[in-house]
Design a protein around this ligand. Structure first.
Ligand code: UD1
Ligand code: MG
Length: 453
């Protein structure tokens, strides 16, 4: 099949208003990726190299967004929303280039499985002219029904055009169709608009092709493949299904999730075997975790690279550019941004590390802050191998601490510290014997006098 050429036509011109949003529906995200980009990924995974994206009039935002997730896709504008067949024909110029397989998908149906696409393509390769991916449901309301005669698919009837008998059919059109490229335009051009909605229905090509003796087949897939998103409740439902799939995949690949339903992955999370993820962990985009790491509860991680056997959290926040090398530790209530924490270094408690390098084996005490920002620019802090930063120190960047440098706790460090030096950046302590007691007496007398007066 790999030699067969394939064009995917993704329909995304129909803009419902039920999302109640300024953002086009298909750009709402699942696992951090626009839903239409999930469809693009599935098409690519099924070996469909060429993409045609059908967008609505004035959909500049869509066009811009598509550059990111589908740079190779050609965008076609459907000026008026006259139905799904009409939308496919907006991409006529692409279809007429001549492909073996044409896949038609909806941009608002993000959980489509590449397997279902591959199966549909296989049926085309076996000689079918049209393949419809259907699913069975107890509640078919709203979907087109697959009408079969003597075990053969002969038509798809949209709900509004169904007879009472036909409405009882529970085998439905999932919205994904595969059409043999050499027949596609001929079939599409025969579609009319005599139906309850007065639209040009893509689904009508089934009846047209079957009547002309072409081989038309239904291919059954699970309901998720057809889950169309029309509002935010359905968006959350799709997110839930996506996350459940991804968690299972992670666990089967050797990751321990102690409470899987509380861990949220991004579309691009990479996580190695023997990593243990405790409960309530959020992965934003761009996270790569090697093997054997421990991610403790309530950590929020995005744009971070975590090497083998690192220890993160509980309650850690790793932001973009956090780069933890082998066996590094970032503990509770610590935030790390754009910083390398080298092998075995420890940032264990209540600390902010931003725009910095922490050398191997260094120990960063509780409450340390790299002061990286003066309100205008960001500055870098370099901490050498084996350095020790005492608790509650402020390191005012740009500043560096040499290898084995030692910072007394409570210091405000504004000048660089050479290798193996000890730096105090705080007022010296004075201890006055007996003064505490004297002070207490003075204050209590003053308070008593105040009450009387
Ligand atoms: C469609 C199918 C129905 C199927 C259901 C599955 C048709 C006629 N009906 O119905 O059999 O059970 O999906 O979810 O195909 N679009 C355009 N331009 C248009 C019209 C639609 O781009 O002029 C796009 C929409 O953005 C959407 C997709 O096509 O992504 C489907 O359109 P929609 O109106 O949702 O069709 P359904 O009534 O759901
Ligand atoms: Mg729909």
């Amino acid at each position: 099949m790999s030699q067969r050429t394939c064009l995917s036509v993704i329909l995304a011109a129909g803009e419902g208003t039920r999302m109640k949003s300024a953002v086009p529906k298909v750009l709402h995200t699942i696992a951090g990726l626009p839903m239409v980009a999930h469809v693009v990924k599935a098409a690519e995974a099924a070996g469909s190299g060429e993409l045609a994206l059908v967008i609505g009039h004035g959909a500049d935002e869509m066009r811009k967004a598509a550059l990111k997730f589908a740079p190779k896709a050609e965008a076609f504008v459907q000026e008026k929303r006259l139905g799904t067949a009409h939308a496919v024909l907006a991409a006529r110029a692409a279809i007429s280039k001549g492909y073996d397989d044409i896949l038609v998908m909806f941009g608002d149906t993000p959980l489509i499985d590449p397997e279902a696409l591959a199966t549909a393509r296989l049926k085309l390769a076996e000689g079918a002219a049209v393949v419809v991916v259907g699913f069975r449901t107890e509640n078919p309301s709203g979907y087109g029904r697959l009408i079969e005669k003597a075990g053969k698919l002969v038509a798809i009837r949209e709900e509004k055009d169904c007879s009472d008998e036909e409405k009882k059919i529970t085998f439905c059109n999932g919205g994904l169709m595969a059409v043999a490229g050499r027949h596609a335009l001929k079939l599409l051009d025969q579609v009319g608009s005599k139906n309850a909605k007065g639209e040009y229905y893509l689904t009508d090509i089934v009846e047209i092709a079957a009547a002309q003796g072409f081989d038309v087949v239904a291919s059954e897939a699970s309901f998720e493949n057809a889950l169309g998103i029309n509002n935010r409740a359905e968006l959350a439902q799709a997110e839930g299904i996506w996350q459940a799939r991804r968690r299972r995949e992670a666990m089967l690949s050797g990751v321990t999730l102690i409470a899987p339903e509380t861990v949220f992955f991004s579309h691009d999370t990479e996580i190695g075997a023997d990593t243990i993820v405790e409960s309530n962990v959020w992965f934003g985009p761009g996270v790569k975790i090697a093997t054997g790491a421990k991610i403790h509860a309530f950590s929020h991680i995005e744009g971070a690279t975590i090497a083998s056997n690192c220890d993160v959290g509980p309650f850690a926040r790793l932001r973009p550019g956090a780069d933890l090398r082998n066996k590094a530790k970032v503990g509770n209530f610590c935030e790390v941004k754009q910083a390398i924490v080298e092998e075995g270094a420890k940032v264990n408690h209540l600390t902010y590390i931003g725009d910095a390098r922490i050398g191997a084996g260094a120990n960063i005490g509780a409450g340390t802050i790299t002061c990286n920002y003066d309100g205008y620019s960001k500055f870098f802090t370099d901490i050498g191998e084996g350095a020790f930063v005492g608790s509650n120190s402020s390191l005012v960047a740009p500043v560096s601490i040499g290898k084995g440098g030692y910072i007394a706790s409570g210091s405000v460090i504004t000048e660089s510290v050479p290798d193996d030096a000890l730096a105090f950046g705080r007022a010296r302590q004075r201890t006055l014997p007996g003064k505490g007691k004297e002070l207490r007496e003075r204050f209590s007398q003053a308070a008593a006098a105040h009450k009387k007066g």
